[in-house]
Design a protein around this ligand. Structure first.
Ligand SMILES: O=C[C@H](O)COP(=O)(O)O
Length: 251
């Protein structure tokens, strides 16, 4: 059975004190409607900057109803070594972290991430029991040139080589919809996600949509049958707004 995963990605926002302030408010906002507590198949996840991982994990683990999971935004493929600025899976495991984003388009665009390094990071996460969230998605130019499917299939083919699909989440994030307010039509996101699923050996992989998700459009997004959750950037920074996203209203 496919799990629903509503995830935030704080990107490079929030100091430790700002993270603490968020978690001081978020559980009360979540419980204001109590929907999340009654949905057993739904997980709440927030992927925070490395400097916020320890404090967020401590604070989140004291909240039990509903559970809030904390994730990282990247990890290296080796267990340790001379890789300045990187973080290894065992460092995350020691903090109790069980999720990590891998291959976000901002990593691919600004930090030279390739399908090959993405593939290595996915396997490193799984080796240590961390569930990776593999991000795929096309640019505006690729969409306009009708290259969406070919591009995403290629990201999946190379990214998922020898990757265990039993411990995997995929996020479909059209690059042109990220941080622009220009959400992908929900029916179109549903169509692309169905195509992604057709390429997988495990039909139960959770596939999220990401790109300008907000409290105003979450209900329509989650009403689509192929969409198993969302990966939310900007709107996950606000406790009230993100709680509304988590407590989306089912049709
Ligand atoms: O990882 C999240 C995505 O990049 C979406 O970001 P956004 O919700 O700010 O558009």
């Amino acid at each position: 059975m496919r799990k629903i995963v509503i995830a935030g990605n704080w990107k490079m926002y929030k100091t430790q004190s700002e993270a603490k302030a968020f978690f001081a408010e978020f559980p009360a906002q979540l419980n204001a409607t109590a929907k999340a507590a009654s949905v057993t198949n739904q997980q709440i996840l927030i992927c925070v900057p490395f400097t916020d991982l320890a404090i967020s994990q401590v604070v989140a683990s004291s909240v039990t109803s509903p559970s809030i999971h904390i994730g990282a935004q990247n990890l290296h493929w080796t267990d340790c070594g001379a890789f300045t600025g990187e973080i290894a899976a065992p460092m995350l495991v020691e903090l109790g972290i069980k999720f990590a984003i891998v291959g976000h388009s901002e990593r691919r665009q600004f930090f030279g991430e390739t399908d090959e390094t993405v593939n290595k990071r996915l396997k490193a996460a799984q080796k240590h029991g961390i569930t990776p969230i593999l991000c795929v998605g096309e640019s505006k130019q690729q969409r306009d040139a009708n290259e969406t499917e070919a591009w995403i299939f290629s990201q999946l083919e190379y990214g998922l080589k020898e990757v265990d699909q039993q411990n995997l989440i995929i996020a479909y994030e059209p690059i042109w919809a990220i941080g622009t307010g220009d959400t992908c039509e929900t029916a179109e996101a549903n169509r692309v996600i169905r195509l992604i699923r057709s390429k997988l050996s495990n039909p139960d992989v959770t596939i999220q949509y990401g790109g300008s998700v907000k409290p105003e459009n979450i209900d329509e997004i989650m009403a689509q049958p192929e969409i198993d959750g969302v990966l939310v950037g900007g709107a996950s920074l606000d406790a009230t707004g993100f709680a509304r996203i988590v407590n989306y209203q089912s049709p």
